[in-house]
Design a protein around this ligand. Structure first.
Ligand code: ASP
Length: 313
């Protein structure tokens, strides 16, 4: 539910960031209502002069700690009843890291950052990612909460119903997912994007969505912008979605670039609905876009943190 701080997206357009000036302002934007918690954490980091990468990591960690059903260790499981987690982070200087199908790790976003900073690789999966976490001294035996386990049965029925009613297997996932995707600009004008999820509920074990894939779930490039996606990951992967959106930010403000990227998806895959984006361009303009009927997102652009909504282009 949106809080009293909600304003309509039309009203929110008046809050567009001013053209970027060094040390002028910082911005952070995140997907869904639960993104607000992450935005508040990231905002405090940015206010203290922390980097966009730090802000995104800590902001996403805050959401991973909420115990919600689609992010972190209490997220919904695969068909074998196991929670597989996915995350990635990218800095606009081109550094990137991700983890996929990792089990038992409380903060996959932190593990993704370690992949970025401590290894020559971009993506670690499954047991390899878990081994790396263990070597770093991270906990690798975190368990879903009792409450989450109780909710799984109901969610399974919901997911199976959606599967039965879907027009084709790739459009089934109308329920039981959602990623925290976050993009931040720091006081130096540097950008970072990150994302974390437990993926689609009751997916095939080992299925990898867009979240850990650079250019699909997250992308950041200096002089262009940064973006993060949420929704059915297969759509984002097939369309190299955040790469495309950020490429468009070279010449377009964030909102127009994100809308344009989704219009292209709609042309190629007319039935796509469950796909949304948040982003910030290199000038500090933020944007959110969706093919859903409406898409809630959280924003801090130097004033009060807000929950807003985007609508299809
Ligand atoms: N993108 C995520 C995935 O496909 C799920 C979501 O954001 O809803 O795993």
């Amino acid at each position: 539910m949106l809080t009293s701080s909600e304003v309509s997206f039309t009203e929110s357009l008046n809050r567009k960031a001013t053209p970027f000036l060094k040390m002028a302002r910082c911005v952070v934007i995140a997907t869904w209502e639960f993104g607000l918690e992450g935005v508040k954490t990231a905002m405090n980091q940015l206010k203290n002069g922390e980097t966009a990468v730090n802000a995104v990591e800590l902001g996403i960690m805050a959401v991973e700690s909420l115990g919600i059903r689609s992010v972190g260790i209490s997220g919904l499981p695969n068909t074998d009843g196991e929670v597989e987690l996915y995350a990635s982070i990218m800095s606009d200087d081109g550094r990137a890291g991700g983890v996929a199908a990792v089990k038992g790790v409380e903060h996959p976003i932190s593990l993704a950052r370690k992949v970025m900073e401590l290894t020559p690789h971009v993506l670690l999966v499954g047991d390899g990612a878990r081994k790396f976490a263990k070597a770093l001294g991270m906990r690798v035996d975190a368990k879903p909460s009792e409450q989450a386990i109780k909710q799984w049965a109901a969610a399974k029925e919901e997911a199976m119903k959606a599967t039965r009613e879907a027009p084709d297997p790739w459009y089934w996932a109308q329920v039981s997912h959602d990623t925290v995707g976050m993009v931040a600009m720091d006081t130096n004008g540097n950008l970072a994007a990150g994302a974390s999820t437990s993926g689609l509920a009751y997916k095939m074990p080992g299925r990898v969505g867009d979240t850990p894939i650079i250019g699909a779930g997250v992308y950041a490039r200096s002089g262009y912008g940064a973006a993060a996606a949420t929704g059915v990951g297969e759509i984002a992967i097939r369309n190299a979605l955040t790469y495309r959106a950020v490429t468009l930010m070279k010449d377009l403000p964030a909102k127009d670039a994100l809308d344009e990227a989704l219009k292209e998806v709609r042309l190629r895959e007319p039935r796509s609905k469950e796909i949304s984006l948040v982003g910030i361009d290199h000038m500090g303009n933020w944007g959110a876009a969706t093919l859903r009927e409406q898409f809630p997102f959280a924003l801090w652009d130097g004033q009060e943190p807000l929950l807003l909504r985007a609508f299809p282009p």
